[in-house]
Design a protein around this ligand. Structure first.
Ligand SMILES: [Zn+2]
Length: 121
């Protein structure tokens, strides 16, 4: 079975919807913990609220970055440059796109970049 770019596009749309609703969920739970204006107030949850918020914060940021990547990928699809490596301009392997539909680099460039990042530290 070969995945087409059309299928990857639908997958990106689904991802975008999924992450958006995930972010909306986190926004809603933030309102409850921060404002205290929520209509549900379970005393049992209070002890873990701060801890949860710290986790939520990094999860939230990661989700926002992911959403940005997905939206960029959708924009590239519209522009007709989806699946083309931003670094070397070659076609990204469809297998790599299947694994990470919002990737902007081919495997070679991604590895190169990781290698360089490792060297810089
Ligand atoms: Zn490349």
């Amino acid at each position: 079975m070969v995945t087409t770019k059309d299928e990857l596009f639908s997958e990106l749309l689904a991802l975008q919807a999924e992450i958006s609703s995930h972010l909306a969920d986190m926004d809603a739970s933030d309102d409850l913990t921060e404002g205290g204006t929520g209509y549900t107030n379970h005393p049992a949850d209070d002890g873990t609220a701060v801890h949860d918020q710290q986790i939520n914060h990094s999860t939230y940021q990661a989700a926002q970055e992911r959403l940005r990547d997905v939206r960029d990928a959708l924009a590239r699809y519209e522009a007709g440059t989806y699946g083309i490596c931003e670094n070397c301009g070659r076609e990204i392997d469809i297998a790599r796109l299947e694994a990470i539909p919002y990737t902007r680099l081919c495997l070679r460039c991604a590895e190169q970049r990781e290698y360089n990042a490792g060297m810089a530290q």
